[in-house]
Each structure stands twice: as C-alpha cells, then as structure tokens.
Design a protein around this ligand. Structure first.
Ligand code: HXC
Length: 257
C-alpha cells in the first residue's frame, strides 16, 4: 500500500506511522483520514504487527482538522456527509496503538491523540482544543475524551478559552502516560511498543477492551466484564504457556492462540 499523507515503516512487530503534511502542520483533511482508516484496518488485519506508534513532526503532531477544508462547508454539507464519522474506524482499532506527541496537538490533533490507547509526550508537546476561536467546538470526541481524561474543570477551561496545556501539565492531569525529552520521543515510543508487541496478543486485546470498558460502563458492569474476559483468557494456549513458563523459570513463547 502506498500513502501520500503518512509515512509507514515496520520495525519488526511494530508499525511506525508518521503524519506527513508538513506544509499544513499535519492538519487532518479527508485524505489523511482516508489513509489512516486504511492503514489502521491493515494493521488490525496483519498478525505480524502487534503494536503501532502514530507520531507527527517535531513541530506538530497535528494542528487540527483542516480548517481550509472545513471553511466552505455549511450545516447541510457536514450533516449529509456525517463529517468526522470516519474517525470511528480509528477508535475501533482492536490492537494496541500509542500516540507519540511532540509539538502542537490542537483541535482534531489533540482528539486524534486521545483516540490512542495512551499518549507518550515529548517535553515540547502542547495540547489544546481551540475550536471555539473558529466559531465551532470540538467535533472528533474532544469534549468527551478530554473531560474523561482530565476532569471537568481543566476540560471546560481548555474548551472555553482555547488555552494550551504544556507537557508537564498534561502529565500532571493524566492526559499523557509520560513525558520524555523530544529527541528521544520516537525511540522511546518504539521501545514501549516493542514491549507491548512482545506480550501475548490475546491478553493485550483483552487489556485494551477492559480498560476501555472503564470509560464506557459503570463500575459493577466493568468489573464483571473484566472477570469474564479474565475467565476466557484461561482457555488460551498462551495462558498455559505463560504459567508453565513462569513455573519453569523461562520466557514465554507466545502463539496468539
Ligand atoms: C489547515 C493549517 C492548520 C489547520 C496550521 N495550518 N494549522 N491549515 N488547518 N488546522 C497551516 C497554516 O495555514 C500555514 O499554512 C501552515 O500550516 C503553518 O502554520 P502557521 O500558522 O504559519 O504556523 P505558526 O505561526 O507556527 O502557528 C502554529 C499554530 C497555528 C499555532 C499551530 O498554525 C494555528 O493556530 N493553527 C490552527 C490551530 C487550530 O485552530 N486547530 C483546530 C482546528 S479545528 P499557510 O499555507 O497558510 O502558510 C479542529 C476540529 C474542528 O481541529 C471540529 C469542529 C468542526
């Protein structure tokens, strides 16, 4: 598959995707969305790939949805096209993926990063939902995911003022898992992704489903869902292998079965 708005590399079992529209600070237009939909579907379908890292440039992860593309569209056009609905394919990715963010992650860029399983941030990262300054509001899940991540006060302030959060604040507020020096961001993300890629893949899918359930269900329902998935994992060959390997004091050899 050849792409024009992203650069894709494979590092063993890890797919590295770089957003590549430098002339527009990686603004997310329909072409980028179309390519991300294709590549996330290809990633989910490729058993050799077990973790994915999505990153941008040093200056910008993505400076938002493409304002120049949205400018001429009125309500009818947006509604008929169900503009932004395609992003659900990205959020429905079943296998783990990490957003490695340096520089601006604004508007749709912040929302795309928040669609990932977790965000690893460079010390240069800046997160914001500045849509209000354009007469609109978040449209790719930002008002929901940011609020769940950082709570009402910070989310509301950011959406109402467009204020950016720097990397240190984002880490304090639990928007990102960790902050690393910008020069080390991609290497560190690849290292973490390789660790995830080396885990038993069914257990990784289950961890992802369980943690996501915490966002979408109540506590009691979430705990039952977790327990059932835990029970189900006991039917896998990798469970037998994992526990046998522990007892035998050797590393596990996973088959994904
Ligand atoms: C289209 C964009 C863009 C965007 C930057 N560019 N952001 N193009 N859509 N979101 C383009 C600029 O037009 C410019 O191209 C080039 O990228 C470089 O940007 P500059 O502004 O010259 O860079 P700089 O001065 O360094 O400022 C960086 C910046 C600023 C602070 C990130 O670009 C900025 O404020 N961008 C918009 C951020 C934003 O509002 N994002 C939210 C979008 S709405 P040219 O060719 O002009 O030189 C959204 C969701 C909407 O994401 C959901 C509701 C419908």
């Amino acid at each position: 598959m050849t792409y024009t708005t992203v650069i894709v590399e494979q590092h063993d079992a890890v797919t590295l995707v770089r957003l590549n529209r430098p002339q527009a600070l990686n603004a997310l237009n329909s072409e980028v969305l179309g390519e991300l939909i294709q590549l996330f579907a290809a990633y989910d379908a490729d058993a050799s790939q077990r973790c994915l890292v999505l990153t941008g440039s040093e200056k910008a992860f993505a400076a938002g949805a493409d304002i120049k593309e949205m400018q001429p569209k009125d309500f009818s056009a947006m509604y008929v096209e169900n503009f932004f609905a395609g992003w659900e394919r990205v959020t429905n990715t079943r296998k783990p993926w990490i957003a490695a963010v340096a520089g601006y992650a604004l508007g749709g860029g912040c929302e795309l990063a928040m669609m990932s399983d977790f965000i690893l941030a460079a010390d240069t990262a800046k997160f914001g939902q500045p849509e209000i300054k354009l007469g609109v509001a978040p449209g790719m899940g930002g008002s929901q995911r940011l609020t769940r991540a950082v709570g009402k006060a910070k989310a509301m302030e950011m959406c109402l003022t467009g204020r950016m959060m720097d990397a240190a604040e984002a880490e304090r507020a639990s928007l990102v898992s960790r902050v690393v020096p910008a020069a080390e961001l991609v290497d560190e993300a690849l290292k973490v992704a390789a660790q995830i890629a080396a885990m038993p893949p069914l257990a990784a899918l289950a961890c992802k489903e369980m943690v996501n359930a915490a966002f979408e269900t109540g506590l009691q329902q979430g705990v039952v869902f977790e327990r059932r998935l835990f029970h189900a994992l006991n039917a896998t060959a990798d469970k037998v292998e994992g526990m046998t390997a522990f007892v035998d004091k050797r590393p596990g050899n996973w088959t994904g079965r």
